[in-house]
Design a protein around this ligand. Structure first.
Ligand code: 5GP
Length: 194
């Protein structure tokens, strides 16, 4: 089980969509939600959209591996498809917010936890450019440093909380997708069950 969490807008969905087609052993969990369907969302692909009373009934019946309130809506991971996929030897990706991620840690301590941090470096780069004091090359060097520092900071903070095994700063989407790809590969290789 691979939990991919992080703040909304960090780009979890984009990265997952990029990386999943590169593997044939991955399944992505489809959540149930009470959130109204957005234009372009297909039933059973992005989400299962369910009425609130049905969601609550299923939550009470223990059908969700985890569930959470987010905004005005409820989101939950149906347990059965996850377990079926795991039994078939596939790794299963859960793209969920933090409260849900913590429930998974409590219930499935061997789940691999991946945190996607938002591109907060963009502002830094904009500022560097606005200052107009550095050459393009110097800006690149500074940005490389800043990226490393941010990643280190995020690592320490999250490691200390013992919640996440991997932290990916989604500053550059190509680089972040490549990191996620290699993390998923590593998770697969290190899993002693296989
Ligand atoms: P959105 O409404 O933008 O699709 O999702 C809002 C937030 O809910 C996102 O951070 C998303 O990752 C999270 N989310 C989606 N499905 C689930 C789920 O099944 N459980 C939990 N805990 N969060 C979810």
């Amino acid at each position: 089980m691979i939990v991919i969490s992080g703040p909304s807008g960090a780009g979890k969905g984009t990265l997952i969509a990029r990386v999943v087609p590169q593997f044939d052993h991955l399944a992505v969990s489809v959540s149930a939600t009470t959130r109204p369907r957005r234009a372009g969302e297909r039933e059973g692909i992005e989400y299962y959209h369910v009425p609130r009373d049905e969601f609550v009934r299923r939550a009470e019946a223990g059908e969700f591996l985890e569930w959470a309130v987010y905004g005005d809506n409820l989101y939950g991971t149906p347990a059965l498809p996850v377990l079926t996929n795991l039994e078939a030897g596939r790794d299963v990706i859960l793209e969920i917010e933090l409260q849900g991620a913590r429930q998974v840690i409590a219930r499935k301590p061997d789940a691999a936890m991946v945190f996607i941090a938002p591109p907060s470096l963009r502002e830094l780069e904009d500022r560097l450019r606005r200052r107009n004091t550095e050459s393009e090359e110097a800006i690149e060097v500074r940005m490389d440093h800043a990226r490393d520092e941010m990643e280190e900071l995020a690592h320490d903070a999250l490691r200390e909380s013992r919640e996440f095994h991997y932290v990916i700063v989604n500053d550059d989407v190509d680089e972040a997708a490549e990191r996620l790809r290699s993390v998923i590969e590593r998770i697969r290789e290190n899993d002693p069950a296989r």
